[in-house]
Write a protein that binds this ligand. Sequence first.
Ligand code: G6P
Length: 611
Amino acid sequence: MCGIVGAIAERDVVPILMEGLRRLEYRGYDSAGIAVVDANQKMIRLRRVGKVKALQDGLDENPVVGVIGISHTRWATHGEPNEVNAHPQSSGDHLSIVHNGIIENYLSLKQELLDAGYEFESETDTEVVAHRIDFHLQKNNDLLAAVRATVAELVGAYALVIVSSKFPDRLIAARCGTPVVLGLGEGENYVASDVAALLPVTRRFIFLEDGDVADITVASMKVLDSEGNNPDRPVRKSQLSENAMDKGQYSHFMLKEIHEQPEAVANTLAERVAGGHLLEQAFGHKAHEVFSKTRAVHIIACGTSYHAGLVARYQIEQICRLPCSVDIASEYRYRNAVVADNTLYVTISQSGETLDTLEALRAAKKKGYLAHLAICNVPESSLIRESDLVLMTRAGPEIGVASTKAFTTQLTALALLAIALGRGGALDADTEQKLIGQLMQLPDLLKQTLKLDEEIKELAKRFADKLHALFLGRGIQHPIAMEGALKLKEISYIHAEAYPAGELKHGPLALVDDDMPVVTVAPNNELLEKLKSNLQEVRARGGELFVFADPDAGFKSEPGVTVLTMPAHVEEMQAPIVYTLPLQLLSYYADVIKGTDIDKPRNLAKSVTVE
Ligand code: G6P
């Protein structure tokens, strides 16, 4: 989603603001802007439609220098992506603000401002906030007080950073429902929507909580909560390495992240197992108490993370013999779900900031679940802070919008959860040891699977010109087919749908002809023969089949059927993770041929912090 950076220093802050934007650009990117107070105490603002590069070109033509400023990359919500709607938004010639989130009551606030004589240039909710701050400043010439009075009137979600040339010694930041992090420097201070933006300048961070407003000067950071008290907000040190954000030898982050999966999965398993057993405490000190009481599981997530939840359902039912339901977060929020006694609520999120998932967790807290567990990749995220139990995936920063290593590490973490939950009941010690052993083989299996890279690159040539594709899977492979279809649509804009293979004959078979490629994943499991029959239905209608198959599954390439043999037989516990990789590579290479913007697909954002 949108990205925010702010800085106050005794040197020019423009390079800090621009580098921060480049690091956040993966989150949202239809326009970008910057506002700084220059040496003559004048507010200078520059905005451009398009990527951060367009803004940098603008700055190269009209250089701007200043010791205090803010910058923003926008992913449009209110108003189309044009220069007028880009941030910073301003009020008069002195005040500039950047905003992530959505203000729900902006129209009523706007009306009052129109009545008071304010004029509006943009269609944004953000401009309303800018004028509102100015409106309060007229009564009381104190920027911090004016921002506090304004946020008290706002309904919705926001991360805000405000600068005014009338107060050139401070930045004000505010948070409600959308992340804000303060960065502590030496004789300078920063603010951003994500630590990643500030890693080149600091490792020391303070995370604002909902309702907080921060007053930031070169020498100090003062945080006030919504009551006006000074809450204790600890300084945390980030372990993220700066070059986690570089593409290295790869042409895209997505390809780099696909190839990082053996290591990411190994990191997710490390220290969570010992002597063939799972270390339950990895989920938190209350884990044993909670897991031993758990009688049902309810999983909530969005997008790719939702697909991970669907895979986990099969494992939790199979291994633990516990009922498990899976919901899309934006649906769960507005559904009056019935909660059985002792149900564990599990959220899955790469970012830990997806608003739908966070709000679903908040809604769930009123429903009497046994406990709330989060599977997440960002330790500093809101989801982690608001959950009782946590298992971090250790994928490292994922920059490509299309999720890859975050997904396979989620699957790994969820497999550990299934083992942890099974242990108190249906799962005996020998089976636990066997399953853990299978998980430990994954990094090696993934490395072998990545060797299919060149073969899949060739295969992708037959895909790139297609308008539609079908993905089929059965059982636990159905969500993997769904994830394969999502990858293809997200980055290549090819319309792709996934179906359980047995459902094909109930409708989608009507779409199959010689222009409809059908992709399927075929591990050698108990459903293999059923899958083969379903594939015959496709062949009989002239559909072209692409099968990623187990070496012993008995598939052979023939006209109309292309079989790509996987490097090894894999077990049921391993198959969802291993079979994900060829589907990721297939969409990646189809996109390379199509020439789409792979790491930053149109209309999408990495972390969606609006409803
Ligand atoms: C966005 C991203 C998806 C992601 C989804 C959920 O839509 O583009 O790749 O799966 O959000 O994100 P989360 O951070 O909660 O896993």
